[in-house]
Design a protein around this ligand. Structure first.
Ligand code: TRP
Length: 448
């Protein structure tokens, strides 16, 4: 097990530190890049409504499930599942570590593109031809160097430990992100195209909701955005003391995550519609962030340059704090399983992930396939977590009550009912769709 000087597991120092670290994990590229796009495609306000329901009915119970296992066992996923469920369940822990490995390998590549955009924005402004620039940023050696820089930063933070690295980074960085985003949303409101942009983002289209594909998209987006399904929240909660109110923390984290995603849409859509470049957006999610937005920023002149740099800086913050949480799952597992000290464990794990990332850094088609694969593995991981907490682990409900407020305690039976009966079928359904999406993406990218 991982020990500090007194021979105890290192814990988060403050409640705010834990919450911001968990929100830092949750808030990332998924919020600012994927959510606005998926929402607009999936029925606007109707999608947002569905998403809130899923967050309440599935996201929060699942997060609470991960918390009960992580804090209950005081170990990272492999050890925690073994301790509470026996040897066979440790395999699920291994799957989580592998999923974390895979996600970070390509997540870091995208984060690297973001850094390049921010630096280019500062040094020379946004490109006049954003489509061409996107090709330059994503091919050749450039994506590799920036990916390695992100991995280096991530390794540095994780190797410094829970309090000095992860918690401190979150306490400094997350308020920066919130401030930038709120500033940008207010500015976006003043744009000429704002109302039109909001209308496209939020136009309620109820017919989309009946489409099972949209339901599976919303569920997949929720797992991804809340960092669920691979033991990430589980690992963070293993650094919590027994008097923390798990239900309250889960609710705060889930709504903060939603708030950031929603606000990002309030920035992105007015910007795009102020310039009438919506055509570029519908092509792909990648296109929305890396082609349409820079195109809008360049068309806005000096103010666009400032706003654009701020937006990309906020994205870097979100991406780095998420990358930290992904590496922490892998590093903590190495620490707990092999009894290695934190520094060598995080360096070894990080270097291996950086090497794996060279593949998606070299092929954007491969990156797309890995992205879909990751989403499917998260859904599968979430399914087994629900089964584990609902039907296998004894004492999960007691762990949820431990340290909880009276109100949270009263919610526990409801949460457990959701974990047992609602989560498994809904998540299984989403998992099936997610694996179909992997095959489609693969055929789209590589034929056959
Ligand atoms: N939630 C992050 C985002 O929205 C990505 C992320 C970080 C993640 N850690 C995770 C996703 C763990 C799934 C599992 O960008």
């Amino acid at each position: 097990m991982q020990h500090n000087q007194d021979g105890k597991r290192e814990l988060f120092n403050t409640r705010a530190g834990f919450i911001l670290a968990a929100v830092g994990s949750a808030v990332g590229l998924g919020n600012m890049w994927r959510f606005p796009y998926v929402a607009a495609e999936g029925g606007g306000a109707a999608f947002v409504f569905l998403y809130i329901i899923l967050t309440l009915a599935i996201g929060i119970p699942l997060m609470l499930s991960e918390f009960s296992v992580g804090r209950g066992a005081g170990l990272s996923p492999i050890g925690a599942l073994r301790k509470l469920g026996g040897g066979g369940w440790s395999l699920l822990g291994f799957m989580y570590v592998i999923t974390g490995f895979i996600i970070l390998a390509y997540y870091s590549v995208i984060a690297g593109w973001v850094v390049r955009y921010a630096i280019d924005g500062i040094l020379s402004g946004f490109p006049a031809n954003p489509g061409e620039q996107f090709g330059i940023v994503t091919t050749g050696m450039s994506p590799i160097w920036y990916h390695l820089a992100i991995m280096g930063t991530t390794i540095l933070i994780v190797s410094m430990g829970v309090q000095k690295g992860i918690e401190r980074a979150a306490l400094v960085l997350m308020p920066v992100l919130f401030s930038i985003l709120i500033l940008l949303a207010i500015w976006a409101f003043t744009l000429d195209g704002a109302m039109e942009g909001y209308a496209v983002y939020l136009k309620p289209d109820l017919s989309e909701l009946l489409d099972p594909y949209i339901l599976s998209q919303a569920a997949g987006q929720a797992f991804y955005s809340l960092s669920l399904g691979m033991g990430c929240m589980l690992t963070f909660s293993s650094y919590l003391s027994k008097d923390s109110n798990l239900g309250g923390e889960a609710t705060t984290i889930a709504f903060s995550d939603f708030g950031v995603a929603f606000t990002a849409g309030l920035v992105v859509f007015p910007v795009i519609y102020a310039l009438g470049i919506q055509g570029d957006v519908s092509e792909s999610t990648v296109g929305a962030l890396f082609i349409a937005l820079p195109g809008a920023f360049v068309a806005m002149g000096d103010i666009g340059r400032i706003v654009g740099v701020l937006f990309f800086v906020a994205l870097i913050v979100g991406a780095v704090t998420s990358a930290v949480s992904l590496l922490e799952v892998v590093a903590a597992s190495v620490i707990d399983e092999f009894k290695l000290p934190r520094k060598p464990a995080s360096i070894a794990a990080g270097v291996l992930i950086a090497l794996l990332g060279l593949l998606p850094a070299s092929s954007i088609d491969l990156l797309g396939v890995i992205d879909k694969l990751a989403e499917a593995m998260l859904a599968l991981g979430a399914f087994f977590m629900a089964i584990f907490v609902g039907w296998v682990a004894v004492g999960a409900a007691d762990e949820m009550r431990q340290g909880a407020s009276e109100r949270s305690k009263r919610m526990v039976p409801l949460v457990m009912t959701a974990v047992r009966f609602i989560l498994p079928p809904v998540i299984l359904f989403a998992t099936t769709y997610a694996f179909i999406a992997v095959v489609r993406e693969y055929q789209g990218a590589f034929g056959g």
